[in-house]
Structures are given as C-alpha cells and as structure tokens.
Design a protein around this ligand. Sequence first.
Ligand code: GLN
Length: 236
Amino acid sequence: MSLEIVQVYQSLLGIYGDQGNGKVLQKRCEWRGIDAHVTWIEPGQPLPDTGDIFLLGGGEDGAQTAAVRELKADGGLHRAVDRGAVVFAVCAGYQILGHTFGVGDADEPRDGLGLLDVTTTRGPERAVGEVLHRWIGKEGDDAWITGFENHGGYTHLGTDAMPLARVEVGIGNANDGTEGALQGNVVGMYPHGPVLPRNPAIADWLLELALGHELDPLDLPLHDELRRHRLAAVRG
Ligand code: GLN
C-alpha cells in the first residue's frame, strides 16, 4: 500500500507556500520506510477516491469562492470525509470547510462545504504575524505550535468542532483564545509557515490518523534547531 497525499487545487489555494505540508508528510513517511506519494489535483480533475490525506492551503477571497464551487461539483472531498480520510486545511482552506465565510470589505457571506462546524466572518483587524499556540491535550515541547498567520476572516466554532489549540501569541480563530478546529478526521488551522515543517509533531499526528497506528519518533537535530529558532523568534 502507498499512502496517497492529495494536494488540492494549488492554483487556487497555493499562494502561501502551504504545499510544503505535503512534502513534509511524504518525506516523514519515506524516512520511516513507509511508501507515500503526493497526487496534485487541479480544478476540473476529479479528486481521487483513493486519497488518504487531503491538503488545502491558503488563498485569496475570490479563489476561495471558486474552490468551493469546484469542490461541491466534484463531491470527492465529501466522500473522503464520509469514509474517514484525513483532511488538513490551512487558513482559506480552513475557512471554506465551514458552513459560511465572508468575502471582501463588505463581508458578503458565501456558502462553504459544511464539513466543519465553523463559520467565518470578517474580524475588526487583520491578523498578521508570528503566532504561538499551545496544542490542547498534548504535553511537552511538541505541544508548542509555531507559525505565521495572515487572515481577515475570524472563525467561530459550533458545538461539533473542538478547538485544536490555545492562543499564546496572535489572534487565532477569532481573538477568543482558541486556534484551529477538529471534527473527526477533519482538521483546520490558521498558521502558514508552512506549518508542518515547523511542527513535525502535527505532521506525525496526521500520518498516524491516516495510517491507524502510532509511529516511532524521528531523530532530526536540524529540525529541532529550526523549531528552537522559530519559538525563540516569537517569544522575543
Ligand atoms: N482570504 C482569507 C482571509 O483573509 C484567507 C487568507 C489566507 O488564506 N491567508 O481571511
């Protein structure tokens, strides 16, 4: 079996470099001798029903609206969620998984995909800058989440979605102390960076969800150093 990582619509949801998340997932499999490959899907191409992890990245308001239209017409992401595949979405990708999101200065509401119990409306100030979050339910150094946020939309969680982390530095979901959302195997969060090279523990958690078993840790001193730098930068 080869783990299939699906990079969804880079032409629409790819302006913040979040495709690095797919590379990290694939590489961390390879380093452990697990066969994995990345499938790149653009609008008009069907999402594969064989995908194990679907990745959505950041993008602009207009691109988000187009992505929702295409994904609804395709139906593959909804089928993926129904069969328990992992969906990992960042920023714009996170917002479109919800029920509605607002676009433009007028905050015009647009329908999302309804795969996460969240709604997004324009916040009082744009959230821009390095962030530091504390992953809920995790212990130790791996629980610190580092990244970079850049969003005008503020996301409000409904009762079916659990927050992923507590905000230490930054705005997070809606300046309400929470960051990200989790519902079944669907995960959304704001940090770019990309976020998985900065937080390998999140990458391994997603892989474990997809593979259905725990993974042995990897000893990568260079990655630990990158993490130390990023954490020191945000702690000041
Ligand atoms: N357009 C969305 C917002 O500003 C998402 C931006 C992003 O993906 N960085 O809220």
